[in-house]
Design a protein around this ligand. Structure first.
Ligand code: HEC
Length: 401
């Protein structure tokens, strides 16, 4: 029952998180696009630019002011709750998925870090991450955008590496995403909103607004624009075990992030120049290289051994394969899971009979032979020898007799 309730709690929070996340990122993308596409050749001296667009059957005329209109409009739309609610729902989801069952989902099997300490480090890193980022942005590096970017990247790589030392692959990735997401929402809360409030306040008081604040706000919203792409990958990364389950998971994450930032940069600059066109073929090449280096390696299985060695290895029988799966997987992956945390088979996968095991052999292979993602948290203590046996049974054609 408790497991069932948790699943629905997960469902509701995740649903909200995705919806408000789309609203936030959608608005962010739209305004960056607007900035890039403004017609700057406007006659009105108060305007920075304007844009005509058609959408949903109507024609829109948008104007951006250099600073502000002479009188304040009655209704001014602010975009902040999209960001705040993304963060709040994100932290709740992090808690439901990773913290309520920290021993299984958060902590790497065999790590000396206790679940409680893991949760504390996870949450603490969100807060510390913001302060480090904000410090870097205000340091001397603020005049050197490229150096600032490199410093940020190095810090995040260190964070990703640090997490991967004691968290499961999925949790480590997700926490890097949460650290970046917190930086982004911090930008909205601490930098962009105060700048906007100053602007509006000055107009209402009839004084001159501080021109430095909106400039800073625009810079941070640019940062957010670049950071969005890695974050979105991270949020869906749990579908891709060859990334988070890889020995060098943090390097793969760095590679994917660089690819996304480079592509984003091309799209952000292509209106002014095609200077970064190379980013597109480079991204394709980088993705191919990463797909290649993450090809599953199977230590000890027949695929990795010479034919001479195979001859002396006994073939693994269907009974042996079934026994291994029954011992290590079926407490969760069953029509009737005995594991307290699950009321239904996780991911809908049931491995009760040898035929079911055979049907899912490729996914089983990826999760528990090519990587050690399953059993979750290695709660059943599956040995390397058992993984090798399962791998050999699959490699030899998964006979069911
Ligand atoms: C403690 C419970 C538990 C045990 C034991 C367990 N799993 Fe899982 N398994 C899960 C959960 C939870 C998921 C769903 C993960 C997710 O949210 O995507 C899952 C997902 C999977 C998936 C689907 C992943 C995908 O995206 O394709 C496969 C395959 C899998 N497990 C195989 C195994 C195998 C093989 C074993 C035994 C060697 C095993 N599991 C043992 C809990 C468990």
């Amino acid at each position: 029952m408790e497991a069932h309730l948790l699943e629905w709690l997960n469902l509701v929070i995740r649903w909200v998180h995705v919806i408000v996340g789309i609203a936030w990122i959608g608005a962010s993308f739209y305004f960056v696009w607007l900035e890039n596409n403004l017609d700057r050749q406007v006659k009105n001296q108060d305007l920075a630019g304007e844009l005509w667009a058609i959408h949903g059957g109507g024609i829109y005329h948008l104007q951006k002011y250099k600073l502000a209109p002479a009188t304040m409009p009655k209704h001014l739309h602010w975009f902040k709750w999209e960001a705040y609610s993304s963060w709040i729902s994100g932290v709740l989801l992090l808690s439901v998925v990773y913290y309520l069952n920290a021993a299984t989902y958060l902590i790497l099997p065999g790590s000396p870090v206790s679940p409680a300490a893991g949760v504390a480090i996870g949450l603490g890193s969100l807060i510390i991450g913001w302060y480090v980022y904000d410090f870097l942005c205000k340091s001397a590096l603020r005049h050197q955008p490229l150096l600032l970017g490199v410093a940020l990247m190095v810090s995040l790589v260190l964070v990703a590496w640090g997490f991967s030392q004691f968290m499961t692959g999925r949790a480590a990735y997700l926490h890097v995403g949460a650290v970046i997401g917190t930086m982004m929402v911090g930008n909205v809360f601490f930098i962009i909103m105060p700048a906007q409030r100053n602007l509006v306040g000055a107009i209402e008081a009839g004084t001159a607004p501080d021109p430095a604040l909106p400039k800073n706000g625009l810079l941070r919203s640019r940062h957010n624009n670049y950071l969005t792409l890695p974050v979105i990958f991270i949020m869906v990364s749990s579908h891709f075990p060859s990334t988070y389950g890889h020995e060098w998971s943090w390097v793969i994450l760095l590679g994917l992030s660089l690819v996304s930032v480079a592509v984003r940069h091309y799209f952000n600059t292509r209106h002014n120049s095609q200077q970064f066109l190379w980013a597109l073929p480079a991204a394709v090449l980088a993705l191919l290289v990463m797909a290649y280096v993450t090809v599953p390696q199977v230590p000890g299985s027949s695929a990795a051994k010479s034919s001479e060695e195979i001859a002396v290895v006994e073939p693994v029988t269907a009974q042996q394969a079934h026994d291994i799966v029954a011992t290590h997987c079926a407490s969760c992956h069953s029509a009737t899971p005995s594991h307290a945390a699950f009321s239904t088979a996780p991911a809908g996968l049931m491995f009760d009979s040898i035929d079911e095991i055979k049907r899912y052999k490729d996914r089983i292979y990826l999760q528990s032979v090519a990587s050690r993602i399953m059993p979750l948290g290695n709660s059943t203590g599956m040995t390397q020898d058992e993984r090798d046996q399962l791998g050999r049974w699959i490699a030899d054609g998964a006979n069911t007799q």
